[in-house]
Design a protein around this ligand. Sequence first.
Ligand code: NAP
Length: 276
Amino acid sequence: MTTGAITADGRARILADGNQMPMLGLGVWQVPNGAECVNAVRWALDEGYRHIDTAQAYGNEESVGKALRGSGVPRDEVFITTKFYPSHKDPVAEAQRSLTRLGVDQVNLYLVHWPQGGATWAWPGMERARELGYARSVGVSNFSVNQLDEVIAAGTIQPAVNQVQFSAPEYRRGLLDACRQRGVALEAYSPLGTGRHLSNETVMRVAKRVGRAPAQVLLRWCVQREVPVITKSTNHERIGENAQIYDFALSSEDLVELDALDQTNGTDLALERKWW
Ligand SMILES: NC(=O)c1ccc[n+]([C@@H]2O[C@H](COP(=O)([O-])OP(=O)(O)OC[C@H]3O[C@@H](n4cnc5c(N)ncnc54)[C@H](OP(=O)(O)O)[C@@H]3O)[C@@H](O)[C@H]2O)c1
């Protein structure tokens, strides 16, 4: 099924506010601020990524900005996401600090990192950050359907994106369907299960059959499910490998086999356990 929310070349998701988000992004969770992060982002940009995902909580926004400036890739060609750390109080003031650390005038997407303290309290500040031009789009992360509905009911604008843990073994079909019905783009994080899905037998069998790496199969599964996906690597070769997902396709049989890995029972929850 296609929803009409993907650009004709299949490389970007059109958000409800009209902005476009590249389907594949590099994430930098657990990458220390400094050379390791600068190198990873720089290699990703060299390998053709045009989407970088960071967060205030990751502590590495400076390195993302440094890599962007050093790459020579024009700012307007790169989609940058950062996330409001909800232990702090003021999304507007924290957005300003993020922009200073990143060295940019605006991020493309600003997300509430998780619904700590309730789903709605941060949203007016997120809307204000967008009005002030600090972010082109605003959204949420780790929000289940009920929390998403609370924000939609309370807000003036609705979240453009809900970034959640999502992969073939975490195929949250209920959440995906609910996001689609509401015009919210579900974005997948931890598509490789932070590495643990790479040795899954079914993933390895499909990978062997299609002649690709397990990581490419897991990323391609997201793309064919029309779900933008953020993956992490700090290794140049693997960053390059993960970008090669547009020159092959999974068959409907491959997709069915991968769909069956779901351990969430098609939940509409974002998480099985909260960490805050
Ligand atoms: N919003 C949230 O609350 C939230 C939560 C979690 C994650 N995220 C975002 O999503 C991003 C991705 O999720 P994730 O960090 O959990 O990781 P992931 O992409 O699911 O997996 C990354 C792991 O797989 C390895 N890997 C990557 N490509 C590989 C390949 N081709 N072959 C073999 N191994 C490979 C990496 O090791 P090497 O680095 O050594 O290659 C790393 O250990 C994060 O960085 C972050 O931006 C957001």
